[in-house]
Structures are given as structure tokens and as C-alpha cells.
Design a protein around this ligand. Structure first.
Ligand code: PEP
Length: 255
């Protein structure tokens, strides 16, 4: 099955509204010149810039993702943002379980599972992030970790629900470090993720689920990563902050 590539810009805690709008405008201009057929493009600005960017790219088939949400529907949860609020302002996707949230904010697999469920309830597509630390890799625990994260994060999800999830393999040791996984290393784990999904969800999900690679993706390495059969796109941090490099990655994502 041919899976449509998807490239996601995770801006993390970067860009004010004017900076985000400048980027969105420059991106639209650049994509008009170079063309962008055949790839889904998603921007994940900070919460404060989501609405402005949505209004700016509306009609250009650039989709919006939030970087997180809270699993409760509404209520006394100071500082949190709900799935309904994100859908309200036009988000189509939401990043869930990013390693920085796991590392700095105590996010657990159980919390991730609740967030995925809440996102799906509001028709948001979760971009579900998983990945091993350097220590886990060195101890030979990569596959065990990955299986645990997949099974706990997706616990109780039906096959229909799973068909709306995008997976993102992000080895923690490769995020923001300049140390990309080799295409072979990424493919080995991403093929494994697909195989684990097949055990619970069968052939259709196995064939159709999109699995992104994330971790120091650049215009230089995207081409070789995208040649691997189980890499369907990229979740890009640092290199998504400049239009130039992000556009080059988008072009590299079209195979
Ligand atoms: C990320 O944070 O999702 C990421 C992949 O970051 P970077 O591209 O900077 O490694």
C-alpha cells in the first residue's frame, strides 16, 4: 500500500504570533513556487499562535497540530487545554507523548493513553510519540521499551480508532542532539512497531498506519530516511524553525 508522506513541524516553545505568521506567510509563498503535491504538511506552533496560523494558512491545505492536550473534557484544571478547544480553533492533529513531556512533565503511558482517547473522541488525529533512551538502547532494551509504550499507549483502542492514529518513532538520544538514527536503525524499529500493531489490529492497520521518524532530521538526511519502507514522513524540531530548511525537508519527503 502507498502511504501518503507527512511532514510535521514541531516548533516546541518557539515563536511569538508575529514570528509564527511570518513563517506561515513565507512557507505559503515558497510552496507556491516549488509545489507541494503528494505530501501532507502540518505545523505545530505553540498554543498561543495556533489560531493566528490557522487563519493564515486556511485554504492552503496546510494542517495544524497542537503540541499537547489534557485528557479531561473540561473543568478545574488550571493551565490545561482541552481537545474540544483545539478542535474549536481548527486543529486537525495533536502531538501526544513527546519525550520532552515524558522527561520534564512526568507524562506516563497511562496519561498518554487517556490523551489519545480524548483526542480521538473529538476527531483529532493523535501523533503518538514513542522512543527509547540511549541507556535503554545500550542495554539492549529498545524493542521491549517500544512494545511497552505501544501497548500501554494504545490500550483499549479499537481497530477503527487505530486507523486514525499517526505513529512517530523518536529515539530520545536523537532529539535535538544532531545525532540522527541511521536509516537502518530507524527502519529496524519502525518495522517492529508495524509488526507489533499487526498483532492487535490486523492487516489493514499494519498496511495503512503512517509511522514518522523524528530526531535531528535535516534537509541532508531526509532523503535517505524516506527511502526506507516503514518511514512515512518526519516529525521535525530544530530544522522546522526556518522556512528554508523545512521546505527542503518537505521536498525530500516526496518520493
Ligand atoms: C522533536 O522534538 O520532535 C524533534 C524531532 O526535534 P529535533 O528535530 O530538533 O531533533
Amino acid at each position: 500500500m502507498v502511504r501518503r508522506p507527512i511532514v510535521v513541524a514541531n516548533w516546541k516553545m518557539n515563536k511569538t504570533i508575529p514570528e509564527a505568521l511570518q513563517f506561515a506567510g513565507d512557507l505559503r509563498k515558497s510552496l507556491k513556487e516549488t509545489g507541494r503535491e503528494g505530501v501532507d504538511i502540518v505545523l505545530a506552533p505553540p498554543f498561543t499562535a495556533l489560531k493566528a496560523v490557522f487563519d493564515s494558512v486556511a485554504g492552503d491545505t496546510i494542517d495544524l497540530a497542537a503540541q499537547d492536550l489534557f485528557w479531561e473534557e473540561r473543568g478545574a484544571y488550571t493551565g490545561e487545554i482541552s481537545a474540544a478547544m483545539l478542535s474549536d480553533i481548527g486543529c486537525k492533529y495533536v502531538i501526544i507523548g513527546h519525550s520532552e513531556r515524558r522527561q520534564y512533565f512526568g507524562e506516563t503511558d497511562e496519561g498518554v493513553n487517556k490523551k489519545i482517547n480524548r483526542a480521538l473522541y473529538h476527531n483529532l488525529t493523535p501523533i503518538f510519540c514513542i522512543g527509547e533512551t540511549l541507556r535503554q538502547r545500550e542495554e539492549g532494551a529498545t524493542f521491549k521499551m517500544i512494545r511497552g509504550q505501544v501497548e500501554k499507549g494504545l490500550d483499549g483502542l479499537s481497530e477503527g480508532a487505530m486507523s486514525s492514529v499517526v505513529m512517530a518513532y523518536e529515539p530520545v538520544w536523537a532529539i535535538g542532539t544532531g545525532k540522527t538514527a541511521t536509516p537502518g536503525q530507524a527502519e529496524e524499529v519502525q518495522g517492529y512497531i508495524r509488526a507489533v500493531l499487526r498483532e492487535s489490529y490486523g492487516r489493514e492497520v499494519f498496511d495503512s498506519v503512517r509511522i514518522l521518524y523524528g530526531g535531528s532530521v535535516t534537509p541532508e538526511n531526509i532523503g535517505s530516511l524516506m527511502k526506507e519502507p516503514d518511514i512515512d514522513g518526519a516529525l521535525v524540531g530544530g530544522a522546522s524553525l526556518q522556512v528554508d530548511s523545512f521546505v527542503k525537508i518537505i521536498k525530500g519527503g516526496i518520493i
